[in-house]
Write a protein that binds this ligand. Structure first.
Ligand code: SAM
Length: 303
């Protein structure tokens, strides 16, 4: 009889070099992004903080949520914070800012996916001369994955609906010495872009997608994860190169299990073989064993 218990992977990371989750508790977390310490809401931290209040008081800025929504609210700045400051992530320099509301321009828990992508880009197919790897970063935000891929020698297409995110990505490229790297910065609705690439018969070795639950394209196009993800993922699968390809899907703050992403990924890539791994991403507290679960993921690589 097969065991009724199956285990889903939990990918745990301390985050990139320039980041640390210093402490958490009472619905809050204390983090260091480069030289700046911030305190933000964290609904999952139901335990007690371990550090003394005096340590929490060292934060440069504290985000207070307005009402129920922990992502809406405002920063209280207690010590001088530059308009933008660098945080080192896998050899690129991400400029963090307090201007992006609750987020600072960097999702540290994604680090293991970026490392996995770089290993995938470097995977050698055969003895034949290697094609330059093509990477498609969808819902690409401020471009950490785009720049890490470019640094690894790939040609990158970066797609995001927000003009602000795209120009922030370009700033990060310049700060990382990658201003001339082969990255196409595209401000467009991800579904429209992918549909056009399918019509053009384009392919990519690496596709990353980190869609929000709900979003809008630059012309007001609606993105609804539960409604649009299945057809969208199926279009993305059409863009995967015949060999040496991989795809990573992450989802934040959705009422679903990692099994839902897993089932969808298996359905979509049934004919391609390969391996699929799905689970949760978690950030580990510095010097501690406590973990904060951040998102669900599913990732596929070709045989
Ligand atoms: C959660 S963020 C992605 C985080 C990023 N992948 C990272 O780890 O740093 C979601 C992004 O999706 C973008 N977005 C929302 N709706 C979109 C749409 N319809 N087409 C393209 N991008 C969209 C937003 O502008 C935002 O930058």
């Amino acid at each position: 009889m097969t065991s009724p218990i199956r285990v889903l992977p939990l990918i745990v990371t301390p985050g990139p070099k320039g980041y640390a989750l210093l402490d958490s508790g009472n619905g809050r977390k204390l983090e260091r992004f480069g030289t700046i310490v911030v305190e933000r809401p964290e609904a999952q931290a139901m335990w007690q903080p371990r550090l003394a209040r005096t340590e929490w008081a060292k934060a440069h800025a504290v985000f207070s949520a307005s009402g129920e929504d922990e992502e809406k609210g405002r920063w209280r700045v207690d010590k001088p914070v530059p308009d933008a400051w660098p945080v080192e992530v896998e050899g690129v320099s991400m400029q963090c800012k307090l201007s992006g509301l609750w987020h600072l321009g960097l999702f540290p828990e994604q680090t293991p996916h970026w490392q996995w992508m770089v290993r995938g880009i470097g995977r050698d197919a055969a003895d034949a001369p290697r094609e330059t790897r093509r990477v498609l970063n969808l819902f690409a935000y401020t471009g950490a994955a785009s720049l890490i891929a470019a640094r690894a020698g790939a040609e990158v297409v970066h797609v995001d609906a927000s003009k602000k995110a795209v120009s922030w990505g370009r700033e990060n490229a310049a700060a990382s010495g990658l201003g001339d790297a082969p990255v196409r910065w595209i401000c467009e609705d991800a579904r429209k872009f992918v549909a056009r690439e399918v019509r053009r018969g384009r392919t990519y070795h690496s596709i990353l997608l980190d869609p929000p639950k709900f979003g809008r394209g630059p012309d007001g196009e609606v993105w609804d994860l539960f409604e649009h993800l299945p057809a969208f993922l199926s279009d993305c699968a059409k863009l995967l190169a015949p060999e040496g390809a991989h795809m990573v899907l992450t989802a934040y703050a959705i009422r679903a299990s990692a099994l839902a992403l897993d089932g969808l990924m298996r359905d979509t890539l049934r004919d391609r073989g390969g391996t699929i791994e799905s689970g949760e991403l978690a950030v580990a507290e510095k010097d501690g064993d406590r973990l904060i679960g951040t998102s669900l993921y599913s990732r596929w690589s070709s045989p």
